[in-house]
Write a protein of this length. Structure first.
Length: 317
């Protein structure tokens, strides 16, 4: 075999494993204790270090996008990455909610057009899926977020799910969800009965789990065709948030393995059916949002061990 041919073969074998999974995540307007104690109440947006680290669990690059970038620029970035994570902790900012819904619908259309573009909606962002549909029948929202540990009842469909029926997630879930093992935060709720009555949601999505609150609320949903899932809990916190507020989160092998498996499954879908790129092939306008170029800060609040903060947005309050 000639030296040139050997080099070509070697390159063809190396490229797939060197391709980077890039996943976008929007910053969130700071509220509550973080907004009051940090920057003396001057409005800013941020990302928790735990969310960026969670994407990094699979060797991926979190693309940390300020939510108030121009829509054209946001479109440009979304067109050149592999997936989207919506993680909102339940913001009351109408502008942020509008951008999140618009970004979700834009990425949903990518799937409709035949591209495998995974979307993971965490916490309150699970309800962004419902709001983005324009049909919020059955969704009840409050100005005060609900936070805390909850248990969850898994539906039989979970074990046959296109997304979750992989990496031992059905088996792992059996030892995790009967207990208040995960952290939940959300401003809205929707009961399984109301979800079923919502014609659009019931047609496009299926319920895979219900959180055990004072009354059952939808806790896990999955699109019936596309790699789009919503979970009312925050899997990143079990791994990367270690403050007193999260001292009762489950951190045993089963829970950590399950939490990581969600992100690993997203990467698996992208590598199998998406378009991950070599570092040199990634646009410089996307690279500027790599986490490696953003310094982490220690906010000294209960909710977050580390954050990345972004520009103020006084004109968007």
């Amino acid at each position: 075999m000639s030296a040139i041919l050997m080099m070509i073969v070697a390159q063809s074998l190396q490229i797939p494993s060197a391709n980077l999974v890039t996943i976008g995540v929007l910053s969130n307007p700071a509220e509550g204790e973080l907004a009051k104690k940090y920057y003396q109440g001057d409005p800013f947006s941020f990302l928790p270090g735990s969310v960026a680290d969670y994407i990094g669990t699979i060797g991926g690059h979190p693309i940390m996008i300020p939510f108030d970038v121009d829509w054209e620029k946001l479109q440009y970035i979304l067109d050149r990455i592999d997936g989207l994570v919506l993680w909102s902790e339940g913001t009351s900012s109408p502008y942020f909610n509008e951008v999140s819904e618009k970004a979700f619908n834009y990425c949903l259309q990518k799937n409709t057009n035949g591209n495998k573009y995974p979307i993971l909606a965490i916490g309150s962002a699970m309800h962004t899926i419902i709001k983005a549909s324009g049909n919020t029948q059955g969704l009840i929202c409050s100005t005060t977020p609900t936070r805390g540990l909850k248990s969850l009842t898994i539906y039989p469909l979970f074990s046959t799910s296109q997304f979750f029926n992989a990496m031992d997630m059905p088996k792992l879930s059996e030892s995790i969800f009967p207990h208040p093992s995960m952290y939940y935060t959300h401003r809205c709720t929707i009961s399984p009965e109301e979800f079923t009555k919502n014609e659009y949601m019931n047609r496009e999505y299926q319920i895979l789990g219900v959180s055990r609150e004072p009354s059952p609320q939808v806790g896990i949903i999955e699109h019936r065709k596309y790699p789009i899932i919503g979970v009312l809990f925050h899997p990143e916190k079990n791994i990367y948030e270690r403050g007193d507020l999260y001292s009762e989160l489950y951190r045993n092998d089963e829970t950590i393995t399950f939490c990581k498996a969600i992100m690993r499954r997203i990467a698996q879908i992208i590598r199998a059916s998406g378009n991950p790129r070599l570092f040199k092939e990634i646009s410089s306008q996307v690279k500027q949002y790599f986490s490696m170029y953003r310094p982490y800060e220690l906010p000294m609040v209960d909710e977050y061990e580390r954050i990345v903060s972004f520009q103020r947005f006084n004109n968007l309050q």
